[in-house]
Design a protein around this ligand. Structure first.
Ligand SMILES: [Zn+2]
Length: 289
């Protein structure tokens, strides 16, 4: 029943069916339920969406990492190939056999399904190749050591700096006969240096040679320094290449101060000129004879 505030107007009444009220309440409750549940659902959904985006970003990041790994592995392989080429070039220059490689990068990369599998395979190969190079370098190192040892034991330097006044071989002046060494001019008292590492095998007087020094360099090679005015070392002493061993003089049969220098191979005089000025690489050639 509706009663207006204005008394002049008539009041009126109408009937609302109870079913309609129930229906209205039902509809209201139902819509509230729908709105509420959709709100909850959308919040869950948006949270999931955030998760999904995060996962996507992480995935992209990992893919980038794998790609960069793959590129880096390729770079490593390029460097190794260069190293192998340089190594073989060096061996060729030194007259050594090139190192036969046992592991090579597989050309059949298709058998690997995943990129990361390929990377780990390539890294394994790189590891093997590097250990091969290490062995090759060890061989080169021991070769250099041998060459160095041979060089310091080869009478390859000049005992004094001077002019060769008499060569090795037959001569008529100042005495007719076979000259067993080189005569090198030098001022009286000038220091004479050992032409190679060795041990003094003789230090004393030799008829004709005067005051004489002999050094045993091992491997059947020895040197002799004659006409010295004085000796700087004793018999049995270990000598380094370049060490001062005696002084230029004119003892024995001489026409003036000079150094008579001999190189002996298995006790027999050889031409010292073939030993002079040998460098660290050419000195090894003498040893192959
Ligand atoms: Zn001489």
């Amino acid at each position: 029943m509706v009663i207006p505030h204005d008394a002049r107007e008539n009041s009126f009444s109408f009937k609302i069916p109870i079913l309609l009220v129930y229906a209205l309440i039902g509809i209201t409750l139902f819509s509230a339920l729908v709105v509420g549940s959709s709100l909850v659902y959308s919040s869950i959904l948006s949270r999931r969406l955030v998760h999904y985006h995060n996962a996507l970003a992480k995935n992209r990041e990992q893919k980038e990492v794998i790609d960069s790994f793959s590129k880096e592995t390729q770079k490593v392989h390029a460097v190794i190939s260069e190293l192998v080429a340089e190594d073989n070039e060096l061996r060729k220059l030194l007259g050594l056999k090139s190192w036969k490689t046992k592991v090579a990068l597989s050309s059949d990369m298709d058998k690997f399904s995943g990129k990361s599998e390929k990377i780990s395979h390539n890294l394994k190969i790189a590891d093997l190749q590097l250990s091969e190079r290490e062995k090759s370098l060890d061989e080169l190192k021991s070769w250099v050591k041998t060459v160095r040892t041979r060089y310091v034991s080869t009478p390859s330097r000049w005992p004094i700096s001077g002019r060769i006044v008499s060569r090795f071989g037959y001569r008529v002046y100042p005495w007719r006969g076979f000259h067993t060494g080189l005569d090198i001019s030098g001022r009286y008292g000038a220091p004479v240096r050992a032409t190679a590492n060795g041990v003094v095998s003789f230090a004393g007087w030799k008829r004709g040679y005067g005051r004489t020094l002999m050094i045993d360099h091992g491997h059947g090679t020895s040197t002799l320094y004659a006409h010295a005015s004085g000796l700087a070392v004793k018999s049995g002493q270990h000598i380094k290449k370049g060490q001062v061993i005696c002084y230029v003089g004119n003892t024995g049969y001489t026409t003036g101060p000079h150094l008579h220098y001999e190189v002996r191979k298995a006790g027999r005089p050889v031409n010292p000129v073939s030993y002079l000025n040998l460098n660290i690489l050419t000195a090894s050639r003498i040893w192959r004879r």
